[in-house]
Design a protein. Sequence first.
Length: 265
Amino acid sequence: MSANLMQAKQKLNSVQSLLKQNKVLAGVQALHDGILGYIKQPLMNNEKKELAELISKDLYYLNQNPKLREIYPVLIEYKPGEEKKLLETLKELLEIFQEGVTQIAQEKLAQLEAQKQKELTKAKQHLEEKNIQAAKEIYDHLINKFEKDTKLKIEISDQLIEAEAFEESLKYLKLAYKEDPESIHIFNRLGIALRKLGRYEDAEKAYLHAIKIDPNDAYLYFNLARVYLDAKDMEKAKNTVKKALNLKPDFDLAQKMLKFIEKNI
């Protein structure tokens, strides 16, 4: 027996064990792949007989499986020589399983997202009550639960920036930055927090880095101009806001900023 047939036989022999472990999807996949491995090879009569016996044995256990019956109530039938027809049935069954797994996963994700938003709403209420510590406790709990969720860290920083808790927002922005060091949105928010804290040089660096990533974003130039304006560097503010207007001539806030600078320069 060739190595490919040996591998196919192993797959068919693993079906019963997988079903006993309640790994129904893996069992169906093993049966499908095992049959496919057999029929891809030229078979002698004794190998054809062996294949039919293995399939019949696996199908007996598969048809008795209660989890499978819930998903696919029709008995899976097989006659020797109709392996290709059986493969089509198993392929259909695998697609049904995958759809079910995907739907369950989506439902779980939706539930987790709802829980996350509920907690963020609570945290925002604490911020409105000026209870930053209580909000931070919720944020840290969420970060531990959703450790790799960069978007969550940005949402937290946005809430803190809105509440003018700029120092606290930096903590979560730095965590987000570690996960996505090329995100314009993160650098933009870093720039806002640093500017509000009076750390103008650091804010300038954040915006200049973001502009390197996307030199055609008018809002980045506008926000950088605000840094220069707050730092009382009117000439740099003027030149920078002009760059924003070159990219977006109808940028109303940039137009107003330029008029203000020209009036006060």
